[in-house]
Design a protein around this ligand. Sequence first.
Ligand SMILES: NC(=O)c1ccc[n+]([C@@H]2O[C@H](COP(=O)([O-])OP(=O)(O)OC[C@H]3O[C@@H](n4cnc5c(N)ncnc54)[C@H](OP(=O)(O)O)[C@@H]3O)[C@@H](O)[C@H]2O)c1
Length: 342
Amino acid sequence: MNAAVYREFGGPEVLRYEAMPTPEPAEGEVLVKVLAVAIDYIQLHIRHGGSGRIGSSQEAQYGVKDPPHIPGGMACVEVVALGPNTTGVEVGERHLVGGVRPGSYVEYGVVDAEDLQPRSDERPGPTAYPQSFMPEQAAAFDYAPVAYHTLKIAAGLRAGETVLIHAAAGGTGVLAVQLAKHFGARVIATAGSEAKLQLAHKLGADVTINYRTEDFVPATLEATDGRGVDVVWESVGGEVFTRNLDCMAEGGRMVSFGSNSFTGTGHIDFLPFWVKNLKLIGWGGVSNAQSRAPEIMEELIALAQAGKLKPVVRHVYPFAEAAEAHRLIEERQSIGKVVLTP
Ligand SMILES: NC(=O)c1ccc[n+]([C@@H]2O[C@H](COP(=O)([O-])OP(=O)(O)OC[C@H]3O[C@@H](n4cnc5c(N)ncnc54)[C@H](OP(=O)(O)O)[C@@H]3O)[C@@H](O)[C@H]2O)c1
């Protein structure tokens, strides 16, 4: 089989497409054919040799390891063979899974059968996705639980509140805009181009700000009559992280769950936290049992099937062009999720 792999840390160009042995499923494992993989932003950090906080003692938990390395990421897969004495899974089943080995950018990989087991109560399990979705849409849908958790559980977004969503036309941002509207919030969206803002507006954003032509801080304050927002959905880091504090209302919450700027969050001045009673909530992913709990999956799948939660997939690349796909994201040209297929 073939896989996209890098043998040294570096820019997108280190990703190569190489032949390698097809893995054999052992007892308790299944062989899967990978149908589509959504590129996870963290894979860019890992490919560069860090998680955006190089030197952090917690870096190991982000999976940074010495190359050669096949990137991971959530994949829509089809079961094609079972390992010896493996039960509870049928050939032909399709799932949305992480943990494909030796990585996700592969034609074939192995997965633990126990990760694919259906729930005994027939409610949707963590690997479920809307059955009408093509594999590319399914892979992009995987970020819906991330958007749900960060907005609703972590930041506690409520109906009638105002939320500031950065990178609103990104793979996760498009889902966050739609979910925030579903939760009854008013959405102020920022993005770096008019095409991105048009998309955010089409998906329901009430106010859009092109931060390249307009300072998002006064624009956000103006859009809230000077009050500021109740919630900031923050995955940019660096200066944006710090300046968000100036856009927050009394008692506002900011959920931080990424660092697209590769800068981390830098120094945090606590004065605005005291003056305005602000809350900062970190979200680094939670267990499948929490983020893909059946009630969350039911709500997300029902919304998707009703056409009210649409992943955006405008860029699909074959694994052989994984370097171009990574470059597109790194150059901030992507809109929605970038997806790889065999
Ligand atoms: N904690 C977790 O478990 C978890 C899970 C999934 C995702 N995440 C995080 O969620 C975030 C969104 O992920 P995603 O895959 O959906 O990515 P994405 O939003 O599609 O990322 C790309 C976009 O980020 C925007 N961006 C804003 N400021 C940027 C900057 N300084 N440098 C580069 N890009 C910038 C760009 O759009 P503009 O042109 O609009 O600026 C760019 O097109 C990432 O930080 C990711 O790590 C976290």
